[in-house]
Design a protein around this ligand. Structure first.
Ligand code: CAA
Length: 394
């Protein structure tokens, strides 16, 4: 028999939730509205998360990290997103950017960069997308050419979260353009690029609907010369590494979605108990109760799927590809619906920036888009279902 109660979080995971929640209520939530209003980096949150070792909790202890497992990392991200989605991108993108190094990098590369990430020397961003290569990621044009002991990178990466703030960047680039189009992914390799490398620069911050505190910028690579040992894994394995990374980190986007949706439910519940109409709290009306019940039910279903996916991420199960995509797709659709309904519960007040639910609704939208649109998630799920992997499992 398991030492844990059946189908419940361990005491350690519950303790992590309580610790992150306390920190977020005290040091992240108070700045969330201002960060959004002024589209400014959540520096207070960044400092608080780093001081508590929640900025990149997934980094293993052997590299000086907190060594949080995939479920603990999900709980950290969920709790931050509950009060400020933009701030939750700090641990989420640090995991996304560094996961290729963790999964496929040499031991030297891991030691060098994961240690720096854990110690707070700099964040890690992930550079896959380009202006003309979004859902079709393998259509990228950025080139990396071998020159003696170096690689020289040239191209433009787009939609890069925390670009300019991060010190380190995982960059996917074409190293062999001569592969037939049916095998173009095999011509892509992954590299670590540093912000201080000559030839690296950034575009203007995108003017976004939500997650305004998290800078999204283009990354320009102009003849960026890096030593050969900055390649992540073998030449030609960069696309596979990029996809394996997303299998793990789509679970963290699901966590953001669950968190922002829970924040909206919590606010709507407290408002419905306070707000009086027709001589009683609106929570007394069955029409509102049904809406609130659906919101709570869907967030809980999304949470359970996300935690199940986190378990698969931690164990590296064969069906992680399906579960990562399913959790991200389902939880983000729930987040959009639930945050929209929270605005509805607050009525006219919900539609103003004096209350947090319109921010949550704007922030939720991105979870249906980034780390692969929900249309792409369905392609990913269908391919794994049709491959038969699911039916091979016990
Ligand atoms: N694990 C391991 N290998 C994988 C894999 C996985 N999950 N998925 C694909 N591969 C391998 C395939 O096996 C294949 O290799 P073989 O030829 O040896 O079989 C190779 O990679 C190419 O795969 P596909 O043929 O499936 O590639 P495709 O061109 O058809 O693309 C896709 C598939 C699923 C649509 C993919 O392009 C995709 O995921 N697109 C969405 C991109 C995305 O998610 N972008 C998000 C950017 S990051 C971001 O948004 C972050 C942020 O800012 C916060």
């Amino acid at each position: 028999m398991s030492e844990y109660p059946l189908f419940a979080l361990s005491e350690e995971h519950q303790a992590i939730r309580e610790a992150v929640r306390d920190l977020c209520e005290a040091k992240v939530a108070p700045y969330a509205a201002d960060v959004d209003e002024n589209a400014r980096y959540p520096q207070e949150a960044a400092d608080a998360l780093q001081a508590a070792d929640f900025h990149a909790p997934h980094v293993p202890e052997e590299y000086g990290g907190a060594g949080a497992d995939a479920l603990a990392t999900v709980i950290v991200i969920e709790e931050i997103a509950r009060v400020c989605m933009a701030s939750s991108l700090i641990p989420a993108v640090n995991k996304l950017g560094s996961m290729p190094v963790l999964l496929s990098g040499s031991e030297e590369l891991r030691k060098k960069y994961l240690t720096k990430l854990a110690s707070g020397e700099g964040g890690f961003s992930y550079c896959l997308s380009e202006p003309d290569a979004g859902s079709d990621a393998a259509a990228m044009k950025t080139r990396a050419v071998r020159d003696g002991d170096d690689w020289v990178l040239d191209g433009v990466k787009r939609w890069i979260t925390n670009a300019g703030v991060s010190e380190y960047y995982t960059v996917m680039a074409v190293t062999d353009p001569d592969h037939p189009s049916s095998a173009r992914a095999k011509g892509i390799s992954a590299f670590v690029v540093e912000k201080s490398d000559e030839g690296v620069s950034f575009g203007a911050p995108e003017k976004k609907l939500g997650i305004k505190g998290s800078p999204t910028r283009e990354v320009y690579l102009d003849q960026v010369r890096i030593p050969a040992d900055r390649i992540i894994g073998e030449e030609g394995t960069g696309f596979e590494t990029a996809m394996r990374t997303l299998d793990h980190t789509r679970v963290t986007i699901a966590a953001q979605a669950v968190g922002v949706a829970q924040g909206a439910v919590d606010y709507a519940l407290s408002y419905a108990k306070e707000r009086q109409q027709f001589g009683k709290p609106i929570a007394d009306f069955q029409g509102l109760q049904f809406l609130l019940a659906d919101m709570g039910m869907k967030v809980e279903a999304a949470r359970q799927l996300t935690y199940a996916a986190a378990g698969r991420s931690e164990r590296g199960d064969k069906d992680l590809t399906f579960f990562g995509a399913a959790a991200k797709c389902y939880a983000s659709d729930v987040a959009m619906e639930v945050t929209t309904n929270a605005v509805q519960v607050l009525g006219g007040y919900g539609y103003t920036r004096d209350y947090p639910v319109e921010r949550m609704m704007r922030d939720a939208k991105i979870t249906q888009i980034y780390e692969g649109t929900n249309q792409v998630q369905r392609i990913v799920m269908a391919r794994q279902l049709l491959s038969g992997i699911q039916s091979e499992l016990p």
